[in-house]
Design a protein around this ligand. Structure first.
Ligand SMILES: *Cc1c(COP(=O)(O)O)cnc(C)c1O
Length: 467
């Protein structure tokens, strides 16, 4: 066996060293050689096998470098039809957001600098002014309009709000709203971490306003409503209206807060998604505080938005936890561009909304054109058929959007095998399976990725035909 230094001097690795540096290349050689030694000592390689392995050493080192120094976080093609797919990064950002991130993050910015006065400024004013416009028509009884601050995500928003408003006191929540959102966000646990004491009322399926009223004591600091988000309750159910909670809160001078989650700012009725309740609806009902996610139906970056009574939001701003949970310039840049699109009513600029509002007809046309670009592929049966997309991300759990999918059934292997091969592409293609067919829903595909998808299917197909 040659030494690591001998391999390092080989002419074939000059380019690799130039590109990746000495230290990384040396490390890759070590990894490859110890793998080879392990194979030899296990008796897996005879003399000629060792010779072949040694002659391919430089190539093996190149492969190892590509693998170990490539990004682990990489883009994938989402052909699942689940728009806010939490595992695939929820909302894709708008082109405007990306341009703004690039401009702000590649140099310096006035993140916390007041250019006019030349003095220190506040990072939250950049989006606060936009939310102010978005919520301009919503005034509290004293004439004030909702103030907004932004933290890392909605879980952080709830934590900050509960800690500010209810530390050491009781928070009344319906037993029908003690949800787990996923990724270990559970209302009772976040409550405990906030210092608030959970006071459950009602039953799993029915909670009346009188249940809240009967539980109010001098220890009560907050009435909390939690949006059920990722599940629905049907049958013999009852829930106090938000307006009733607000009236009760005002009567006892106790703030009322809604953990809304979805961040919706538009009406989804046009696409048949009814009853989804947004940030404006929540504030209009009189909620003193609303918490929402930036990357759910708002369609922006991961962020937690807290909107509400100026006095309460100011208290949250002064909480040291706010400093710990604050967001960076990248998030502000993406959020600012997203909110500007709302103010211009340019909803199609927001990819998640564009995907929600895309008609089934449009998706069928795109599917047909993609199938015709694929041509006839022996061994694969392709068929376009009606199906359903979902919004996902723990929103509108019972709503579906009519769509068309390309259903592929391979003749020589299973749909699971095709799914695995698509995941092995670069970029990986993620698709779902139904009744042993692989389904591609173009609703969640950027049209620019259609050529890549055609190529991926084509290359899998030709490889499996050769093999
Ligand atoms: C999604 C959701 C959360 C958590 O939001 P993240 O932004 O993922 O932290 C909290 N509460 C509700 C009601 C939600 O729907």
């Amino acid at each position: 066996m040659p030494s690591v230094d001998e391999v390092l001097r080989s002419a074939k690795l000059v380019a690799a060293i130039e590109r990746e540096g000495h230290a990384a290349t040396r490390e890759a050689i070590r990894t490859v050689m110890s793998r080879l030694r392990a194979e030899i000592s296990k008796g897996n390689l005879d003399e000629s096998g060792v010779a072949i392995a040694l002659s391919g050493l430089a190539d093996a080192v190149e492969r190892e470098l590509r693998q170990s120094l490539g990004s682990s976080l990489k883009r994938v093609i989402n052909a699942t039809g689940v728009i806010l797919h939490t595992n695939l990064g929820r909302a894709p950002l708008s082109a405007g957001s990306l341009r703004h991130i690039h401009e702000i993050a590649s140099g310096y910015s006035n993140l916390e600098f007041d250019v006019e006065s030349g003095e220190r400024g506040h990072r939250d004013i950049h989006v606060q002014r936009l939310f102010q416009r978005i919520f301009a028509s919503l005034a509290y009884e004293d004439g004030s309009t909702p103030q907004t601050i932004v933290v890392n995500n909605c879980a952080a928003a709830v934590l900050l709000a509960l800690n500010t408003l209810a530390d050491g006191g009781e928070v009344i929540v319906s037993r029908g709203e003690l949800v787990e959102i996923g990724g270990a966000f559970r209302v009772p646990e976040i409550m405990q971490k906030s210092g608030g004491i959970l006071r459950e009322v009602g039953t799993t399926n029915r909670t009346r306003i009188s249940d809240y009223e009967n539980a109010i004591t001098e220890r009560t600091k907050l009435l909390l409503r939690v949006h059920r988000s990722n599940f629905a309750m049907v049958g013999f159910t009852e829930q106090a209206a938000s307006e009733e909670l607000v009236v009760l809160g005002r009567k006892h001078k106790i703030p009322v807060m809604e953990d809304l989650g979805n961040g919706l700012l538009v009406d989804l009725a046009a696409v048949g998604v009814n009853g989804e309740y947004g940030m404006r609806d929540s504030l209009r009902s009189g909620m003193d505080v609303v918490c929402a996610s930036g990357d759910k139906l708002l369609g922006g970056p991961q962020a937690g938005v807290i909107a509400g009574q100026p006095e309460l939001v100011n208290r949250m701003r002064k909480n040291p936890l706010f400093r710990a949970l604050r967001v960076d310039k990248l998030t502000y840049a993406a959020l600012e561009a997203t909110l500007l699109a709302y103010i211009r009513e340019d909803y199609s600029a927001i990819p998640a909304l564009g995907m929600i509002f895309a008609s089934a007809e449009e998706i069928r046309n795109r599917s047909e054109s993609l199938v015709s670009r694929l041509g006839t592929l022996s061994g694969l049966t392709l068929e376009i058929r009606p199906s359903e997309s979902v919004i996902g991300g723990g929103t509108a759990p019972t709503a579906t959007l009519p769509t068309y999918v390309i259903a592929i059934s391979p003749k020589n292997h299973s749909a699971e095998e095709l799914q695995r091969r698509l995941r092995a592409q670069n970029p990986p293609v993620i698709a779902r399976i139904e009744e042993d067919r692989l389904l591609l829903d173009l609703r969640t595909l950027n049209p620019e990725d259609e050529a890549t998808l055609v190529q991926a299917i084509g290359s899998i197909h030709s490889a499996s035909n050769v093999g």
